[in-house]
Design a protein around this ligand. Structure first.
Ligand code: ZN
Length: 78
């Protein structure tokens, strides 16, 4: 498999933190995906997409334990 962005063949399975937006919050979900080591492009297979959707559904129902690790801040411009 080659990266569609940079044509590199250095694609490896890595644990990344996927950001899922729930209302005004962003939840980080550690998930295994294929990542291009050259440009950082992520490749999601059908199984991974399904898992992310399942996690999102659980977050909406508050069926997943989460811990605050930081804050999302917005810059006040103008
Ligand atoms: Zn790439």
């Amino acid at each position: 498999m080659r990266c569609v962005i940079c044509k590199s063949s250095e694609i490896q399975t890595k644990i990344v933190e996927e950001e899922i937006k729930v209302d005004r919050d962003i939840v980080l979900i550690p998930i295994e995906v294929l990542v291009c080591l050259n440009c950082g492009e992520r490749y999601y297979d059908r199984k991974t997409v399904r898992k992310i959707e399942e996690m999102k559904a659980r977050l909406i129902k508050h069926d997943l334990e989460v811990k605050e690790v930081g804050k999302v801040l917005r810059a006040h411009v103008g």
